[in-house]
Design a binder for this molecule. Structure first.
Ligand code: NAD
Ligand code: MG
Length: 385
């Protein structure tokens, strides 16, 4: 069997580095053909020296020069920016594009990869939040596989294998509840970014960790699930499950429920997206019942964590609303991480932005990109005031 060529967009991040762990574990099955990063030149250089990819792409102009110099003596092309990303996802050697970029910057490369008939392993949930309807239409048109990497969506996807004839009644997306589970609004006024960055179960990039604390991550995942699995909004429910062992559940029309379980480790959903429909034997950590004698479940608190309610509202409104939500969220999270706004203010600013950006009922790709740009500007203005 020839090796499967993989492009990892966002190779230096939390998902990207774990994807390289998976590739390292199966050197005769996978080959890293392309690695990309935003600004972590040092790590990308290290990765390129180890994996010897055909190309690397750097989107930060200063870091790009550093990488180009460091790899001058190696047979690896060093490309720059979004143009670079768009070029590399089209390479004939690539069988699958793992998109592990954070934020809406992942949208355009996903579109081009699909149009180049590449299968997609999608960690970049923002792609589907911004333009889910358009993306899933492209997936159909070009006949590619869209394989979820997000653990909840991987769980649902795994539960659906072999059930192609059987419609879903509903799905339950599990949520850990994050570090502030059980707190009320007045207890969240003073929380710091250090507290918000401490996720109880998962170690992830900064943006998604803040999203997990504010429950925006679950809101984004509800939107992601709606488009991925072609569901009505009311078919997507959220259940808080603090242990993060049950990664999500599917309920079928006969009332039967399937869950996918395991220790919280992103390497498994990453690996499954790369090996689907096969399962490769590995030595990742196994679940031990005695470590988790009780699993429990509770309702999500939508009054305290308004972001989750806002996400459902934007789904109901349709058009470019979820795109606005996502752009505003990216800006408020950056502002929170820069100590410019408080934890609870994030939802206020997002809500305000949602009212201010023009609604478009049937957006094109250009409309989404323009909405994303405008919403960021407006969110920044609101924060300044
Ligand atoms: P991260 O911040 O650790 O890594 C992001 C990667 O994208 C880095 O390689 C960075 O250099 C690159 N990047 C950042 N901005 C970029 C830009 N503008 N253009 C091009 N590249 C850019 O993030 P992460 O935690 O690995 O998350 C990546 C994606 O996967 C996110 O969409 C996140 O929601 C999703 N996800 C992550 C996890 C996890 O465990 N970390 C789990 C589920 C889903
Ligand atoms: Mg998730």
């Amino acid at each position: 069997m020839s090796k499967k060529g993989i492009a990892i967009l966002g190779a230096t991040g939390s998902v990207g580095t774990q994807a390289l762990d998976v590739i390292r574990a199966f050197p005769d099955k996978f080959e890293a053909v392309v690695l990309t990063c935003g600004s972590n030149a040092e790590l990308l250089i290290k990765q390129a020296l180890e994996f010897k990819p055909k190309s690397v792409v750097v989107t930060d102009p200063i870091q790009y020069k550093k990488v180009k110099e460091a790899l001058a003596f190696q047979d690896t092309t060093v490309l720059f920016g979004e143009e670079g990303l768009i070029e590399v996802v089209q390479y004939a050697e690539i069988g699958i594009v793992l998109n592990a970029i954070v934020g809406s910057a992942g949208l355009k490369p996903t579109v081009i990869a699909i149009q180049s008939r590449k299968d997609i392993a999608l960690a970049n949930k923002e792609t589907l939040v911004v333009a889910g309807e358009l993306i899933m239409a492209l997936v159909k048109e070009y006949g590619v596989n869209m394989l979820p990497v997000d653990s909840e969506h991987s769980a649902i996807f795994q539960c659906l294998v072999g059930e192609e004839q059987n419609p879903i009644e509903k799905i339950y997306v599990t949520a850990s509840g994050g570090p502030f589970r059980g707190r009320k609004r007045d207890e969240l006024l003073q929380v710091t970014k250090a507290q918000a960055l401490k996720h109880p179960n998962w170690s992830m990039g900064a943006k998604i960790t803040i999203d997990s604390a504010s429950l925006m991550n679950k809101g984004l995942e509800v939107i992601e699930a709606k488009w991925l699995f072609d569901l009505a909004i009311d078919q997507v429910d959220v259940i808080v499950h603090p242990q993060s062992i049950v990664h999500s559940l599917v309920q079928f029309k006969d009332g039967s429920m399937k869950a996918q379980m395991g220790v919280p480790d992103m390497k498994l959903p990453i690996q499954y997206a790369l090996t689907y429909p096969a399962r490769f034997e590995n030595n990742f950590e196994r679940f031990n019942f005695m470590d988790y004698p009780t699993l429990h479940f509770e309702k999500a608190d939508l009054e305290t964590f308004r972001n989750l309610a806002l996400a459902y509202e934007t789904l109901r409104a349709g058009g470019n609303k979820s795109c606005i939500l996502n752009a505003a969220n990216e800006v408020v999270v950056a502002a929170f991480l820069a100590d410019k706004i408080g934890f609870l203010e994030m939802s206020d600013v997002i809500e305000n932005t949602l009212e201010k950006v023009e609604f478009i009922a049937n957006p094109t790709l250009e409309d989404y990109l323009e909405t994303d740009r405008l919403a960021r500007l407006i969110t920044k203005e609101i924060i300044k005031d």
